[in-house]
Design a protein around this ligand. Sequence first.
Ligand SMILES: Nc1ncnc2c1ncn2[C@@H]1O[C@H](COP(=O)(O)OP(=O)(O)OP(=O)(O)O)[C@@H](O)[C@H]1O
Ligand SMILES: [Mg+2]
Length: 447
Amino acid sequence: MNRSGGSTSSGEVITILLVDDIPEARENIKKMIAFEPDLKVVGMAGTGREGVAQAKELKPNIIIMDINMPDMDGIEATTLIREAVPTAAVIMMSVQNDPDYLRRAMLAGAFYFLPKPVAIDELHSTIRTVHTRNKPIAAQYTAMQQAAPAGAIRAALSSTPAAEGITRQGHIIVVYSPQGGVGCTTIATNLASGLMKEGIRTLLVDADLQFGDVGVFLNLQSQSTIVDLASSVEDLDTELFDKIVVTHDTGLKVLLGPARPEMADVMKANPSSVAQIIQKIANQYDFIVVDTSRYVDDTLLSLFDIATKIIVIGMPTLASVKNVRFVLDLFDQVLGYPPERTMLVLNRVPTDRNVQKLMIPNEKIEKFLRRPIAVQIPNDEATALNAMSKGVLIVAQRDRSRSPVKELMQLSELLYTQLMGSSEAEDGSSAGGSKDGRNPLSNIFKR
Ligand SMILES: Nc1ncnc2c1ncn2[C@@H]1O[C@H](COP(=O)(O)OP(=O)(O)OP(=O)(O)O)[C@@H](O)[C@H]1O
Ligand SMILES: [Mg+2]
């Protein structure tokens, strides 16, 4: 990996398409790149639509895209390019350094967000770093384009076994609610789906061993469940795990819970078996989302112990807030977890103003629970029931600006930025470098 930010040593030339409606802006970027032997501008477009057409024709390695353009803006153009030319990495540029733009750019599939104006060194190092990072992803797409029809590519990418030698981040996100029916499974399934991005491997585990219903939510039927792994926990390998894990048609990997409640007994012989299984395969995935049952037993405690983040779900009612407080006290005072290990999410929040007046105000909840409410997901029974009856996820809906799709995606993005951002900073393995030594990719993750 290129850490210096200097030119690539292999003699490789990175091809670049510039998309900006202002001719001087395009020329300016072109001039900044002109004397770099490994960077080559192969095309320039003045509108989003033209950008999409040129991307399809030229298949550049990198596309530098302005956000604000007449006819089709950079976000829409990026969405279309990601579908048509998935090997190209988009660097979004904008004078608006607004978190909302950043999130929208990321959702559209941009690789990086570069605020305007940009310094020449930062531009060079960003292009090289993004290219280095995108290369393995582009190579997988190219290999699959040769072998598979276009529609299967996304699913195949996420279902490809991790390449040998690649150790993934293995962030374990445990979703828990002390009360039943609050939406643990709804949130776990939608969160896992929302965390799926190109090149990111996500696994969903149903650890509600008695009454798990992840299979129902995702319309998945399989004979293979976690029970098949119970006797092999000690010598579990990826080959066996891959045989048991089920692939949802979005490409999401799912380890289903026991098919019948009494089968949970097999797992009880070793209460920490679920946690052990997860730990053994964690480095094959970037995120492992775990749905749990509300009963606090040794299985659940062992899952809390291995969690990177515990999402505690509550509702803005007295009973729910009281129960959540018990759990948070257990974490803070008995188990000694640092507060940042937990994230508080409210679900089924009433949208009717008259009902809202009767609910506990957020400030009171936050004060009583000693942490902020990270995300509030509105109550929307029609959407939840409709999704459930069709066996599709709420976040699979096209209109992502609508509640509660918006809030569920917001939760995924929040976790993505927190976890991928902090691990980038901590492990020091970041690529490239700007003048101040910061990873030039860091501002896409940092909030
Ligand atoms: N934001 C929401 N708005 C409306 N209905 C919701 C919302 N979230 C979840 N639901 C509905 O609430 C019910 C319970 O949700 P879910 O099964 O996810 O909860 P749970 O905490 O996993 O329950 P259990 O204790 O049975 O495991 C489901 O019918 C689901 O569709
Ligand atoms: Mg559930």
